[in-house]
Design a protein around this ligand. Sequence first.
Ligand SMILES: *Cc1c(COP(=O)(O)O)cnc(C)c1O
Length: 369
Amino acid sequence: MTIEFLNIKRINEQYSDELKQACARVIDSGWYVMGDELSHFENEFADYCGAKYAIGVANGLDALILILRAWKEMGKLAEGDEVIVPANTYIASILAITANRLTPVLVEPDINTYNLSIAGVESAITPKSKAILAVHLYGLISPMPELMKIAKHHNLLVLEDCAQAHGAKIDSNMAGSWGDAAGFSFYPGKNLGALGDGGAVTTHDKDLAKTIKALRNYGSHKKYENLYQGINSRLDEIQAAMLRVKLPYLKAEIEHRRMVAKAYIEGITHPEVQLPIFYGDQHVWHLFVVRTSHRDNLQSWLEQQGIQSLIHYPIPPHKQAAYPEISNLNFPITESLHKEVLSLPISPIMSLGDVRAVITAVNEFEVRT
Ligand SMILES: *Cc1c(COP(=O)(O)O)cnc(C)c1O
């Protein structure tokens, strides 16, 4: 018997009839790119996030790239400007910054939340700082009220990386509605997953929405007229239709993930395994990440028990071969996290029996020195 980390096939099987119907609807419509499914999904997703605008794009990385690119086109950012970003993020956050020839300023995360801390951001601000990229890592929303306050005080733009945090909220304000703009991913394994690649930008800013709509479509604001040297990054009709089927179920899926997280937190009592804090509505538990200095041994023990686990992430961005220019930087917290974190199985379809089996296996883990 195996307890899988995440079974996307079984998640989507629950909605199989509706997904197939939606697919047939698109096939029969004869319209496959930039049509009604996309505009309906954009409205529905904007409503869900409490944002004025949502713009569908090809993937989450493009969502982040296009936001920064649009701010450059709008004169709000220029080459070499500094963007403050957590050092322990997934590399896509950093790629979006460097793709725009902006300078990532990496800061250590808060050791308890794995997200940006106010002190960390304040210590990183220089006269060249122009934006904060707040990554809601593992599904926990960053401290947005405080970040917005610092940003206002220092005149910084705020970009939320919501790729792991669809539906997380603080005081009923959703991830994707706090900052000046937010990027979402609908990669199949994310909490709201398409059946292929997909992404979206949310914002309250009409000019930004307009600029991104042009940039995602060759820079064209009007058919055969191009304002910008844009790219092709669109959310196609099939994926928009799949997402329209799945969006109404997201709330229940998050509740199930939260129930699993709560059971883990109550049940895992191993003294060497550090658990995440339960954050109520602020956390949507894309990943359930524990920390231990015996990480590799714990992972092999779980594997022997038939339990899959993953490491998010084994190598921090500044130690990646892609970024030799920042490999000399030192981030002790970030580097220790990458050695100690382990993600346990969590999903909207995980059974309580499987949750109990994971808890038992973790508690029975024997530390050998
Ligand atoms: C998945 C992810 C992205 C990129 O999304 P894609 O759709 O895979 O391009 C960006 N940031 C974070 C934090 C992610 O987890």
